[in-house]
Design a protein around this ligand. Sequence first.
Ligand code: CA2
Length: 150
Amino acid sequence: MARVLVLNGPNLNLLGIRQPEVYGATTLEMIDAACHAHGEASGLAITCRQSNHEGVLVDAIHEARGTQDGIVLNAGAYTHSSIALRDAISSVALPVVEVHLSNIHAREAFRHQSHIAPVALGQICGFGAQGYILALDALAAHLDGGTSAP
Ligand code: CA2
């Protein structure tokens, strides 16, 4: 059974609690539950983690080496600023699917750049919480050898 870490970055613990008009009413707890349910249905062992701290996220990525087969990552605002997260992903050489609830390319210019995208298998954005499920399916297909992505 493939093991997947679903890793969320800063402020995503506030989903559904603050500013629902921007990020929707779905809480991170609901997203984690949906990931666990989808993992059970599709034969993936899911671990969910969230941190507001860059170093803790780097540690979580390092710990995934040898314990996980892939990562679904919403790095939040660190997406646009963190070379440390990019380097951590490169160093563990695990497939990473980058997820964003919002369409970052349709928002402010500073959100258009992702430091994660060049080292990710791919990016899914703009589909809200459903993006995590799409990311799990993309990762499962990749781990199964069923995707043509590099
Ligand atoms: O669309 C996404 O998933 C983002 O990763 C969300 C980040 C943002 O900085 C990225 O550009 C795109 C922000 C997450 C903030 O989440 C909040 C949730 C509720 C209330 C306030 C912030």
